[in-house]
Design a protein around this ligand. Structure first.
Ligand code: NAI
Ligand code: MG
Length: 499
């Protein structure tokens, strides 16, 4: 049995949901794992078991892929007009909106993030994501193309964009519902069918979303949700020959495994991986904005963001002021359980992440880094870490090179603005970057030279479904969001017709 969780403010639907044994959604039915096994998901604020979930594995993935294939080839989905698909996706957004408080609570319990943050960030972004892609369902077009080598009117030539087929989607735990929305929205708009594997740390909101998908009226087999571990269910999905395309968000290490697994049938691959994003503050920045901006760049979502501004570069004259300012902001952050109304930052998602982040802190101290604030775990119960600002750091240190994925920023001064772009680019990653300056020419010149998929000028962590997101270098392949992502879920067919 799951540990009873109950607070005065908890939505009764949430207590009922977590008390129930959670199943997998395959072909429109909620089913136990083929092996009958379950795994626990934990409340990271306490370390206690929150719910028990069907442990999907190879056999369950196979069943789900077969269901997705049948739904793609011959079910009602295959015959449905784009407008009808759009209405279903829109309805899903509406249902999510109707249940948003319940989802925010479930997300906060399973992931640890403050309930207030889930309410203002994860939920509205997920809802609008579905609505944005509902709009795209009727706007996926080909072109009519005048041939270069043939005389006019000898051929009628055109391209068509068709859904790619069955998509396998593997998502992480940092924004569990939002990552499900990022993946499902475009796949469904394009007319694909899906097997989604949520992260083992945070399967609950994806499973509840599965119930809404059924309520919205998506035909059986269009969306299948198989919870389970990465090495088993995830690996089976990435390798399955019946999957046409795999989309993954997570670690760069696993991204490389996905790529190898996909080689069997050469399924298409898109990857949204790690980052070690530079956040550059020039002396001419408006420091009243840059300081809180640099703090929220790293501390938002406890630093568990692939685009976190984890390498803070500050021009020499402003270094002390910015570091002190960011440290003061950090010290003010109230680190409490997500359900506490006073919580600004919750626990990290798991004991594993707690140990990983604390391991990085120790490695930094061994290498000579100094904590201006924070630097250790907070309390002894749950997986809390103090917001941390490290100085005396340099590019040779592991903490400056590797993704920590916690509330830890390394601050480094620079004196030569001509060199800062080279230093900012000295990383295997290229996901995002921040630039703070009042000089518009400098801002755009820096943005132009940074090798990263997203650049924020005098802001950070701004997301919108219209704006593509993804990485250069080892931060990944392809882009999520915008119209760009639709390319991952469609094949282009060229048709030549002699006149
Ligand atoms: P992970 O990459 O192992 O997990 C992400 C997803 O991949 C989960 O659904 C997991 O079950 C699945 N997975 C794991 N191994 C797999 C395999 N062999 N085949 C197919 N799927 C597999 O990430 P993890 O271990 O939870 O976190 C480790 C580090 O990864 C973090 O400290 C952080 O640096 C990075 N990370 C980056 C994220 C991002 O948003 N880009 C999100 C989560 C983690
Ligand atoms: Mg959990």
């Amino acid at each position: 049995m799951a540990t009873a969780v109950s607070t005065p403010s908890m939505d009764p639907a949430v207590s009922t949901f977590v008390a129930r044994k959670q199943k997998a959604l395959i072909n429109g039915k909620w089913v136990e794992a083929a092996t009958g096994k379950t795994f626990p998901t934990y409340n990271p604020a306490t370390g206690e078991v929150l719910a028990h979930v069907a442990e999907g594995d190879r056999e369950d993935i196979d069943r789900a892929v077969r269901a997705a294939r049948a739904a793609f080839e011959s079910g009602p989905w295959a015959k449905m007009s784009p407008a009808a698909r759009a209405r279903l996706i829109w309805k899903l957004g509406d249902l999510l909106e109707k249940h948003q408080e319940e989802f925010a609570q479930l997300e906060s319990l399973d992931n640890g993030k403050p309930l207030a943050i889930a309410r203002v960030a994860d939920l509205p972004l997920s809802i609008e994501h579905f609505r944005y892609y509902a709009g795209w369902a009727t706007k996926i077009e080909g072109n009519t193309i005048p041939l270069a080598l043939a005389p006019p009117n000898k051929y009628h030539a055109y391209t068509v964009r068709e859904p790619i087929g069955v998509a396998g989607q593997i998502i992480p735990w940092n924004f569990p519902l939002l990552m499900a929305a990022w993946k499902l929205g475009p796949a469904l708009a394009a007319g694909c069918t899906v097997v989604l594997k949520p992260a083992e740390q945070t399967p609950l909101t994806a499973l509840r979303l599965g119930e809404l998908i059924q309520e919205a009226g998506f035909p059986d087999g269009v969306v299948n949700i198989v919870p389970g571990y990465g090495e088993t269910a995830g690996a089976a999905l990435a390798a399955h020959d019946g999957v046409d395309k795999v989309a993954f968000t997570g670690s760069t290490e696993v991204g490389k495994l996905i790529l190898k697994a996909a080689a069997g049938n050469l399924k298409k691959v898109s990857l949204e991986l790690g980052g070690k994003s530079p956040n550059v503050v020039y002396d001419d920045a408006d420091l009243d904005r840059a300081i809180p901006g640099a703090a929220s760049a790293i501390f938002f979502n406890h630093g568990q963001c692939c685009c976190a501004g984890s390498r803070l570069y500050v021009e020499k004259k402003s270094f002390d002021k910015v570091v002190d300012g960011v440290a003061q902001q950090a010290a003010k952050i109230r680190v409490r359980p997500g359900f506490d109304p006073e919580s600004d930052m919750g626990p990290l998602v798991s004991e594993e992440q707690l140990n990983r982040v604390c391991g990085y802190l120790e490695s930094g101290f061994r290498d000579g880094a100094k904590a201006v604030t924070g630097g250790k775990r907070e309390g002894e119960r749950g997986y809390f870490v103090k917001p941390t600002v490290l100085v005396n750091t340099n590019e040779r240190m592991k903490i400056v090179q590797e993704e920590i994925f916690g509330p830890v920023v390394t601050a480094i001064p620079f004196s030569d603005p001509g060199e800062i772009v080279t230093r900012a680019n000295e990383t295997v990653y290229g996901l995002a970057a921040g630039i703070w300056t009042r000089d518009i020419k400098k801002a755009h010149a820096t943005a132009n030279q940074i090798k990263a998929g997203t650049v924020w000028i005098n802001c950070y962590n701004v997301f919108d479904p219209t704006m593509p997101f993804g990485g250069y270098k080892q931060s990944g392949w392809g882009r999520e969001m915008g119209h760009e992502v639709l390319e991952h879920y469609t094949e282009v067919k060229s048709v030549f017709s002699a006149l």
